[in-house]
Unconditional design. Structure first.
Length: 571
C-alpha cells in the first residue's frame, strides 16, 4: 500500500460494489445499527444487477404461500441436491433454503423493495424431483424513478433488450404474456405504450428519455438505492477498491483510489466484497475460463467486473472454487453496442433452429441458458471448433411473428426499418437455405437435412433428438397458440435468416470460497476474520448449475443479508 494514502472516516462495515447483493447487505447492516459505506468504482451504481431481469429464486417464499402455493424446505433441498449433485455444500445450501424467504420478507418490510411471485415461471430442471412448475421465482414490481430525485442520473440504465420497444418498462410477468401471446397480450401492449406516451411531461421536465417507471433488475437496484437514501447510507461512486487492510489476522478496512488519491477506510466489523466476478478481465478469462473466450461476448457492463475483489482475497490466502465456470448465456454482438445481448427467451419460440457450422443441431434450443452454452463448448470440442459461433436460423414466418434479439417482429419492424449496419453482421438474409448457408460458411447439405428433420418434428410435435418443448420450462417461452408443440414450427418460407450466436455470459460463477455465514475461507477451512464475500465475488452456492430464474441474485441478496446480520452480531 502506498505511503501516500490518507485515512478517511471510520465505519462499521464497508461494502465493495453496488449491485443488488451489496445494497441488500448495506440496507440490512444499516437497519441493524451499523455505520455503513458502499463504494463503487463506476460513475453509476447498480452493476450488472441494474441490467438484469431482477428475478430472485426463493424457495418457500411468502408471496407463493399467500397464493396457496405448496413448497417446503425438504422439497427445495431435494431439488437442489438433484441439480447440484454430490459436490453440494450442504451447510450453505441448507442455510440458503432457510434464509432466502426470511431475507425477502424482511426486505419488503424494512425497505422500498417490492416483489411479486412469477407463479407460472417453472424451475429450470423440470425433470428433477423437487422441481416446481412455478412459484419460486419472484419478479420485481415496477418502481417509480422519481423517488430517486438527484440520484436518478447515477443509476445505471436498464438494458434496452429488457424493455418493450427498447424503452418501455415491463415486468417479467408482462413480458411473458406478450412473448407467449397469451390472452389479452395485444391490449396489454397498447395500454403500456399509451401509458408511456401520456407520461411525456415527466420526461420533458426531467430531460430523461427513459420510462418513469422502471422494472426488473433496474427496479430492484433503484428501490435499494432509494432505501439507502432513506437511511442516509453513503454510496461513493468513482471509488476503486484496491486492496484489503489486515491487522493481526483480521480484515479491518480497504484501500481505495478516489479522485486520484489512495485512501484507507477502516471498518470495525468487517468488509463485504460484492464487486462481481472477473468476466470483464481478458487475462483472467484466458487464465480460468474454457477456450475460446472473449470479453466481447459478455452481457455485463463494460469494464466493471475485473476480478479485483477475487485477487485481493487470493492475496490473503483465500480458497477459490468454480473459476472455470460462468453463468453462461448465448449472446448476440450488436454493432454499435458496448456489450453483447443475452438470448434468453427467443430460442424457444417455434421455428428457430440452432446449428453449428456443419449445419447440425447440438442442443435443445429452449434449454436453460447455462446448459445451452455448456453444450456449445462440448460440441465445439467434439467438432474441432465448429460451434462457436453457432447460428440461429429462421424463416420469414418466424420473422413476421417473433422477435430475435434486437430484431423486433417484422409486422412491427420490417427489414427496411432495420439498421443498415446490422446486415451481414448481426443478421444474414437469403432467399434460399443454400444461399444462406454459403453466406455464413455453414455446410448446406447439413443445414437442409436439419431443417427437414425440424419440419417433421413440428408436424408430429416431438423433437426426436433433443425433446424441445418436452417440459414446462421449454414451453414457458413457447407460443401458446402453436400446436401440437408450442416450441416447434416449420422453417419453410423464404427469405431465410441467420444470426451468429456467441458463448456469452451474464457474469462469472467462480470465486472466493465462503461458509454459511458468508465468511471467506482458506483452503484449510479457517475463516479470514472480518471478510465476507457475496454475489459473483464468491463461488456460487449453486455449484455448476442454474436451478431457476433468479439463481444468481437470490443467493447474492440472501448472503448479503446474512453477512450484514453476522457483522452486526445478529446471525
Ligand atoms: P454486479 O451486480 O455486477 O455488481 C458488482 C459491482 O461491483 C459493479 O457495479 C462493479 O462496477 C463494482 N466493482 C467491480 N470492481 C470494483 C472495484 N475494484 N471497486 C469498486 N467497485 C467495483 N440474475 C438473476 O438472478 N436473475 C435475473 O433475472 C437475471 N437476469 C439477468 C439479465 C441480464 C441481461 C444480465 C446481464 C444478467 C442477469 N442476471 C440475473 C445475472 C445477475 O445480474 C448477476 O449475476 C448479478 O447481478 C451479479 O451480482 P454481483 O453483485 O455479483 O455483481
Amino acid at each position: 500500500m502506498s505511503d501516500k494514502s490518507e485515512s478517511s472516516g471510520d465505519y462499521d462495515l464497508v461494502v465493495v460494489g453496488s449491485g443488488a447483493g451489496a445494497m441488500t447487505a448495506a440496507v440490512t447492516a444499516s437497519a441493524k445499527g451499523l455505520r455503513v459505506l458502499v463504494i463503487e468504482k463506476a460513475s453509476q451504481y447498480g452493476g450488472t444487477s441494474a441490467l438484469s431481469g431482477g428475478g430472485i429464486w426463493i424457495p418457500c417464499n411468502h408471496h407463493f404461500k399467500a397464493l396457496g402455493g405448496q413448497d417446503s424446505p425438504e422439497k427445495a433441498w431435494t431439488y437442489l441436491k438433484n441439480s447440484i449433485g454430490d459436490d453440494i455444500d450442504e451447510p450453505r445450501v441448507r442455510t440458503y433454503i432457510d434464509k432466502a424467504a426470511e431475507m425477502i420478507e424482511w426486505l419488503e418490510k424494512n425497505s422500498r423493495v417490492r416483489y411479486a411471485v412469477a407463479d407460472k415461471y417453472p424451475d429450470y430442471y423440470m425433470h428433477l424431483e423437487g422441481s416446481l412448475a412455478g412459484g419460486r421465482t419472484l419478479d420485481p414490481e415496477l418502481f417509480d424513478l422519481s423517488a430517486l430525485k438527484g440520484e436518478l442520473s447515477k443509476l445505471r440504465q436498464a438494458s434496452r433488450g429488457n424493455m418493450l420497444m427498447g424503452k418501455i418498462a415491463w415486468t417479467a410477468r408482462q413480458a411473458h404474456v406478450a412473448m407467449s401471446k397469451s390472452r389479452g397480450w395485444r391490449l396489454m401492449i397498447i395500454w403500456m405504450m399509451l401509458r408511456y406516451k401520456l407520461d411525456f411531461m415527466w420526461r420533458k421536465k426531467t430531460g430523461e428519455q427513459r420510462d418513469r417507471r422502471t422494472a426488473l433488475g433496474n427496479a430492484l437496484v433503484a428501490s435499494l438505492r432509494a432505501s439507502l437514501i432513506d437511511r442516509n447510507v453513503p454510496l461513493w461512486l468513482n471509488t476503486n477498491f484496491v486492496e484489503l487492510i489486515e491487522q493481526q489476522g483480521r480484515v479491518c478496512g480497504v484501500v481505495v483510489e478516489k479522485d486520484g488519491q489512495q485512501q484507507r477506510i477502516f471498518a470495525r466489523k468487517g468488509v463485504v466484497l460484492a464487486a462481481g466476478g472477473f468476466e470483464q478481465n481478458p487475462e483472467l478469462r484466458e487464465k480460468y475460463l474454457p477456450k475460446p473466450t472473449s470479453v466481447s461476448w459478455s452481457t455485463t457492463p463494460e469494464g466493471a467486473n475485473t476480478g479485483a475483489a477475487l485477487e485481493a482475497g487470493q492475496k490473503l490466502g483465500a480458497d477459490t472454487a468454480l473459476l472455470d465456470w460462468a453463468w453462461w448465456t448465448p449472446s448476440f454482438l450488436v454493432p454499435g453496442e458496448t456489450k453483447a445481448r443475452g438470448i434468453f427467451a427467443e430460442r424457444a419460440f417455434p421455428g428457430a433452429v440452432v446449428v453449428n457450422s456443419l449445419g447440425k443441431r447440438f442442443v435443445n434450443e429452449a434449454a436453460p441458458y447455462l446448459e445451452f452454452v455448456t453444450a456449445m463448448y462440448a460440441d465445439n470440442e467434439k467438432t474441432g471448433g465448429k460451434s462457436i459461433p453457432s447460428y440461429v436460423i429462421f424463416d420469414s414466418k418466424f420473422r413476421f411473428n417473433y422477435a430475435m434479439g434486437p430484431l423486433m417482429p417484422s409486422q412491427i419492424m420490417p427489414d427496411s426499418r432495420l439498421r443498415k449496419e446490422w446486415l451481414n453482421k448481426l443478421y444474414f438474409k437469403a432467399d434460399t437455405l443454400d444461399e444462406l448457408a454459403s453466406q455464413i460458411g455453414v455446410d448446406a447439405a447439413g443445414l437442409q437435412e436439419t431443417v427437414g428433420k425440424m419440419n417433421h418434428y413440428a408436424e408430429t410435435g416431438v423433437d426426436e433428438e433433443f425433446d424441445r418443448g418436452g417440459n414446462a420450462f421449454d414451453r414457458y417461452y413457447g407460443d401458446s397458440n402453436v400446436a401440437p408443440n408450442p416450441c416447434l414450427a416449420p422453417v419453410a418460407k423464404g427469405p431465410y435468416y441467420a444470426m451468429p450466436i456467441q458463448a456469452g455470459d451474464i457474469g462469472t460463477k467462480g470465486g472466493l470460497v465462503t461458509n454459511e455465514r458468508a465468511q471467506v475461507k482458506k483452503p484449510d477451512g479457517q475463516v479470514i476474520e472480518g471478510l465476507y464475500a457475496i454475489g459473483n465475488t464468491s463461488a456460487s452456492v449453486m455449484g455448476t448449475t442454474y436451478p431457476g430464474a433468479g439463481g444468481t441474485l437470490g443467493p447474492a441478496m440472501t448472503f448479503g443479508y446474512i453477512a450484514a446480520l453476522d457483522a452486526a452480531g445478529q446471525n
